[in-house]
Design a protein around this ligand. Structure first.
Ligand SMILES: Nc1nc2c(c(=O)[nH]1)N[C@H]1C(S)=C(S)[C@@H](COP(=O)(O)O)O[C@H]1N2
Ligand SMILES: [Mo]
Length: 210
C-alpha cells in the first residue's frame, strides 16, 4: 500500500516537472461493457448553476490541518497541472485522451494537509450534487480539479468553472461545479451511491451497481 502510494506520487512529480509525458496503453484500455465516443456527452441532473468567477469559492475542510476556502484567483495561483486521461461514464460511453488542466489533487493535499484520521472524501457541487470516494482513490497522479478541457475553459455544461476528474473511477464520482470537498473519518454515500450505484465504481471490473 505504502509503496504503491509512493509510486503514484513519483509519477505525479515527474508529470509536474515535465519529465514524463502521460503515456497510455493502446490495448485493453476500453473497460468491459463500454464503447468509445468522441463527442463528450453531457450527463447531470439537468441543473447548470451559473457561478460568476468573482463569486466562486471552493471550500476544503474537515479532517485537515489547514482548511481553506479558495477564491478563483487563489485557485488559479496554485501550481497548474495538465494531464491526459480516459473518461468512463457508467451509461457505457468512454472517451479517450481527454486533456484536462487544473490543480492536481496532490497539490491540494500538500496545501491542506490531511490528518491521519482522514479516510474518505465527500464532494458537493453548486447544483447540490454529492458524491463520495476514499481518500486513497484520489491520492493518485491523474486526479485533479480541472478548469480547462482541450485548452479551453470548461463549459458550464461540463462542470465549469471547475470539476473533479478521477479517471480510474466511473465519471459520476467526479463532481462538476465543485463547491466543497470535505475530508472525513467515515464514509457517506452521495447522490447516485444512495440510489443503487456502486460505492467503489471501478470501470475495469464493471463495478456499476451496488
Ligand atoms: N455537480 C454534478 N456533477 C456531476 C453530475 C451532476 O449531475 N452534478 N453528474 C455526474 C455524472 S452521472 C457523470 S457521467 C459526469 C458527466 O460529466 P459530463 O457531463 O462532463 O460528461 O458528471 C458527474 N458529475
Ligand atoms: Mo453518469
Amino acid at each position: 500500500m505504502k509503496e504503491d502510494f509512493i509510486r503514484r506520487k513519483e509519477r505525479w512529480a515527474k508529470k509536474m516537472s515535465g519529465r514524463e509525458r502521460p503515456t497510455r496503453p493502446n490495448a485493453g484500455r476500453l473497460p468491459p461493457g463500454q464503447h468509445e465516443v468522441n463527442n463528450f456527452p453531457v450527463l447531470d441532473l439537468g441543473v447548470h448553476p451559473e457561478i460568476p468567477l468573482d463569486e466562486w469559492q471552493l471550500k476544503i475542510h474537515g479532517e485537515v490541518e489547514n482548511p481553506v476556502t479558495l477564491n478563483w484567483e487563489q485557485f488559479m495561483a496554485l501550481p497548474q497541472f495538465t494531464d491526459v486521461s480516459d473518461f468512463h461514464c457508467v451509461t457505457t460511453w468512454s472517451q479517450f485522451d481527454m486533456e484536462f488542466e487544473g490543480v492536481a489533487f496532490f497539490t491540494l493535499t500538500e496545501l491542506i494537509k490531511p490528518r491521519p484520521s482522514a479516510s474518505h472524501l465527500f464532494f458537493t457541487g453548486y447544483d447540490d450534487y454529492t458524491t463520495n470516494t476514499t481518500l486513497d482513490a484520489c491520492m493518485d497522479d491523474d486526479v485533479m480539479i480541472a478548469h480547462s478541457w482541450n485548452g479551453q475553459p470548461l463549459t458550464l455544461e461540463h462542470g465549469g468553472p471547475a470539476r473533479m476528474i478521477i479517471p480510474k473511477l466511473y465519471a459520476w464520482k467526479g463532481a462538476k461545479f465543485i463547491r466543497e470537498i470535505e475530508f472525513r473519518d467515515h464514509d457517506e454515500l452521495g447522490f447516485w451511491e444512495q440510489r443503487g450505484y456502486s460505492n467503489t465504481a471501478d470501470p475495469f471490473v464493471e463495478d456499476r451497481f451496488s
